[in-house]
Design a binder for this molecule. Structure first.
Ligand SMILES: Nc1ncnc2c1ncn2[C@@H]1O[C@H](COP(=O)(O)OP(=O)(O)OP(=O)(O)O)[C@@H](O)[C@H]1O
Ligand SMILES: [Mg+2]
Length: 246
């Protein structure tokens, strides 16, 4: 469905992505993680065709996005949903309007947009304004907007990073259920989520992919220091949970 082939991107002679190869097959959920500044958001922007790398290819459904016209690219992007850390919803529009606005861009199937709002549990609150919503609800509007065009793939860039801990769980639960029926590329530091939901875990450092495998494999036998670090974090959480249970 999506493939980055040997992608290298430089800014001011500094390599931000170095020879990145990444494949997302239909139906898969890939979790991408790594330290701040390692290039995760840049990789997503390249995959969306928003920035052009110096070399490499970005294939989406068999088409190289880098070779498309602006119009061709826009049409392809209608099949891609994106949920950001910052909710990026419009304060002066209602919940329903925020979601319907997504339709201006694409196929204008109002039913799918309304269904998206129901699926994140916000139908009852559709006439509210963003300032009358909790952080978790605002992010659910963001998710509904991403779903409104019935995308083939959903990109998530740290969707829970700006949330109070008490709302993180509700967003992860929605992501978990979407992962059952959608293709997703998720940037997150939530390792319990990765372990439960990801088909592949990708670890990145300084613009390079340093490890890619099913999460249970990485956590059992990490082959990079990042793998070891994330494994330890996960074990800490498990230990805390065991302590609480006893
Ligand atoms: N337009 C730009 N020009 C120059 N450097 C940039 C530009 N955009 C990003 N960078 C640099 O590229 C690197 C990767 O940035 P990116 O935002 O992709 O990292 P990230 O992994 O998403 O980090 P975070 O976890 O903090 O969100 C950083 O060192 C950043 O400073
Ligand atoms: Mg980022």
């Amino acid at each position: 469905m999506l493939e980055l082939r040997d992608v290298t991107l430089e800014r001011n002679k500094v390599k931000i992505l170095s020879n990145v190869n990444l494949k997302v097959n239909e139906g898969e959920t890939i979790v991408l993680t790594g330290p701040s500044g390692c290039g995760k958001s840049t990789l997503i922007r390249v995959a969306l065709g928003l920035i052009k790398p110096q070399s490499g290819e970005v294939l989406f459904e068999g088409v190289n996005l880098l070779a498309l016209s602006d119009e061709g690219l826009r049409r392809k992007r209608h099949k891609m949903g994106i949920v950001f850390q910052e909710f990026q919803i419009l304060e002066h529009f209602t919940v329903l309007e925020n979601v319907l606005l997504a339709l201006w861009e694409g196929n204008r199937n109002k039913k799918i947009a309304e269904e998206a709002l129901r699926s994140v549990g916000l139908w009852e609150k559709r006439f509210r304004y963003p300032k009358q919503l909790s952080g978790g609800e605002k992010q659910r509007v963001g998710i509904a907007r991403a779903l409104a065009l019935d995308p083939d793939i959903i990109f998530w860039d740290e969707p829970t990073a700006a949330l109070d801990p008490m709302y993180v769980h509700e967003i992860l639960r929605i992501m978990d259920s979407l992962a059952q029926r959608k293709t997703m590329l998720v940037v997150t530091h939530e390792m319990p989520f990765a372990l439960k939901v990801a088909d592949q875990l990708v670890l990145m450092d300084s613009g390079r992919i340093v490890e890619k495998a099913p999460p249970d494999k990485i956590f059992a036998h990490p082959s990079s220091y990042l793998g070891i670090m994330y494994r330890e974090r996960l074990l800490d959480t498990k230990e805390a949970l065991t302590k609480l249970a006893n």
